[in-house]
Design a protein around this ligand. Structure first.
Ligand SMILES: Cc1cc2nc3c(=O)[nH]c(=O)nc-3n(C[C@H](O)[C@H](O)[C@H](O)COP(=O)(O)O)c2cc1C
Length: 209
């Protein structure tokens, strides 16, 4: 059993999101000692650009065509990321909210991996996700409060987006911990951080892989 930890905060040890995620992973590892956890730190890797030959290749393949010679290498780089994603059984996404949604590095990663024929297929009946047997956990933190009763709720484009885009790949089993608000006062940050850590421990204890 393999879990990929997709890290989308550049703040390393200072990151609230990653602090909460570490709590989740430590508890999960106690529960499943044989679980392999691999990290993908999106602010440390150089993701392939999605343009030129790569985009040409994407459209050629969607049209059922054959790849031109100059597209093969860049397409291989992109499709390796997508196939690699598919090789995991579960995912943890650690993601602060940036500008009401996800940080650009995570969006870049999603633009790389979301490939027809690998993570989903277009069929006569619509889109069919090819990763439907996978589980996903998302731990987010936000400066403001976007919970259901907050006037800011309508501006949460993070959780709905992550649910929608990974739903395209067939991943509907997604659990969220949204730690918020984190930027009001130091005291509120500490209280919310410890609450989120408790939630993370509980989520790990209830996880069935
Ligand atoms: C570039 C940037 C954009 C941000 N945009 C938002 C935002 O739209 N809404 C919000 O509530 N907080 C926003 N924040 C605050 C972070 O979401 C918040 O401080 C979070 O706890 C940071 O998580 P981290 O410590 O894991 O990096 C932003 C922070 C940065 C650096």
């Amino acid at each position: 059993m393999k879990l990929l930890h997709i890290m989308a905060s550049p703040r390393g040890e200072k990151s609230r999101t990653l602090t909460i995620s570490n709590e989740f992973l430590t508890t999960l590892k106690l529960k499943y000692p044989n679980l392999t956890i691999e990290e993908l730190d999106l602010f440390q890797v150089k993701l392939p650009e999605v343009y030129g030959n790569t985009v040409d290749a994407k459209y050629a393949l969607m049209a059922g065509g054959i790849l031109e010679e100059q597209s093969k290498a860049s397409w291989e780089e992109i499709s390796n990321y997508s196939n690699e994603f598919l090789s995991y059984d579960a995912f943890l996404i650690s993601c602060p909210m940036w500008n009401f949604t996800i940080p650009y590095k995570l969006k870049h990663y999603i633009d790389v991996i979301m490939q027809a024929g690998i993570l989903f297929n277009f069929t006569a009946n619509g889109v069919e996700g090819l990763a439907s047997n996978k589980k996903m956990y998302c731990i987010t933190s936000r400066g403001n409060d976007y919970s259901e009763n907050s006037p800011m709720h309508q501006f949460d484009f993070q959780e709905p987006y992550l649910r929608a885009i990974f739903g395209l790949a067939g991943i509907f089993d997604i659990s969220f911990i949204n730690s918020q608000p984190m930027d009001f006062t130091h005291g509120i940050t500490l209280t919310n951080l410890s609450l989120a850590k408790e939630q993370a421990v509980s989520m790990a204890q209830h996880t069935v892989l």
